[in-house]
Write a protein that binds this ligand. Structure first.
Ligand SMILES: *Cc1c(COP(=O)(O)O)cnc(C)c1O
Length: 361
């Protein structure tokens, strides 16, 4: 009988409770939060749905800010929970303003839950969370932030901004795995969940289960077998960010966005998000006629370029994680130029100059 061959991903020793807890602490440190962090073993939609189903209930009124596709998902969950939902939608190529949020709260003073996406990876816009947080705090509603596409790409200060529920995933700017995510939960949010008879309990969606079975017991015993490979990958990803230094990681993303915008301008391609201040450092969407065809052509020439079609006339440069660098940005611009039968050199020159200027700033 042959023994099965050794494999680096298999036959690992069990992940201990202590190590799981230290990875949660690593996430808390990354967010600079004093709130409890729960690492959730699934893609980020898991904690997002868990937060909404725990925080909303019949009788709740939720202000759901829609600045991209995820806002619609949140609105549907909120309605599903029986909450009255006020959708505040703005065009996806802009940001919502704190004044717009303040007006919506004034028009619906009974609002007790606010959901907002920080940065939209799908469209490339980002919202002014610090100013919005001030407005939400003054009103008193519970504040949920989807920071999946902002964490590691731009400053994210959930405690300072009054965020009660800050959800992150590792698969964008953190350069980590997609199968694990995390949420920081304020004391106010825990109290709200506990008082909600409709909050998931004895369920994979339940954050209260993790509080009662894991956190309240001092993080000594895991309630079930952890998703070991994802946890090890998250730990490695946190380690890599710590080694580079968070400011340097954020700086790389900002420089990649600036370089992409400059290079695109040299190709005559307009950014979808017109105002640079409203553009997310995580990704840049460009107006490109026949985008699916152009992107397919570009990817045939350069299969590893971080490019995706984002609509019939939109192409997106996903300059996040390891792709937040000048080589990936110039590869994407060169591939686009080639597909459009344009010379790539002006784009590469402009991108390189913008990268240097942003890196020096
Ligand atoms: C990527 C992302 C998520 C996670 O969803 P996916 O379906 O895995 O892409 C959630 N929210 C935002 C804002 C994201 O950018």
């Amino acid at each position: 009988m042959n023994h099965p061959a050794a494999h680096p991903l298999l036959d690992l020793p069990p992940l201990t409770a202590e190590r799981f807890a230290s990875i949660e602490q690593g996430v808390a440190d990354l967010l600079g939060t004093r709130h409890e962090v729960v690492v959730t073993q699934g893609e980020a939609l898991l904690p997002l749905e868990g937060c909404i189903r725990s925080g909303a209930r019949p009788g709740s009124t939720a202000l759901n800010v829609v600045t991209g596709p995820y806002g619609n998902t949140f609105g549907n969950w909120l309605r599903d929970c029986g909450a009255a939902v006020v959708d505040l939608a703005v065009p996806f190529d802009t940001a919502v303003t704190a004044d717009q949020v303040a007006e919506a709260l004034a028009a619906h003073p009974e609002t007790d839950f606010v959901s907002l996406v920080h940065a939209e990876a799908a469209t490339g816009n980002t919202n002014p969370v610090a100013a919005i947080g001030e407005v939400v705090r003054a009103h008193g509603a519970l504040f949920m932030l989807d920071a999946v596409a902002s964490v590691g790409a731009e400053p994210l200060l959930p405690d300072e901004w009054g965020v009660d529920l800050c959800v992150i995933g590792a698969q964008k700017a953190m350069g980590g795995p997609a199968g694990v995510s995390a949420v920081s939960v304020s004391d106010r949010a825990w109290a709200r969940f506990a008082a909600n008879p409709a909050a998931p309990r004895r369920s994979y969606l339940s954050l209260l289960d993790w509080k009662e079975r894991w956190i309240d017991g001092g993080r000594k015993a895991l309630p079930h077998a952890p998703a070991q490979l994802e946890m090890l990958a998250l730990e490695a990803c946190l380690g890599r960010i710590a080694a580079e230094g968070l400011p340097a990681v954020l700086g790389r993303h900002a420089a990649a966005a600036a370089a992409t915008r400059a290079g695109a301008a040299a190709l005559g391609l307009a950014p979808y998000v017109g105002q640079a201040a409203e553009a997310a450092p995580v990704a840049t969407t460009l107006r490109v006629p026949d985008a699916p065809l152009v992107v397919a052509k570009a990817l045939t020439a350069a299969p590893s370029a971080p490019l995706a079609a984002a609509g019939p006339a939109l192409a997106r440069v996903n300059h996040y994680g390891p792709a937040a660098g000048l080589p990936a940005v110039t590869a994407a611009l060169t591939a686009l130029a080639t597909a459009l039968s344009l010379p790539p050199t002006p784009a590469v020159t402009a991108a390189t100059a913008a990268w240097s200027a942003a890196s020096a700033a």
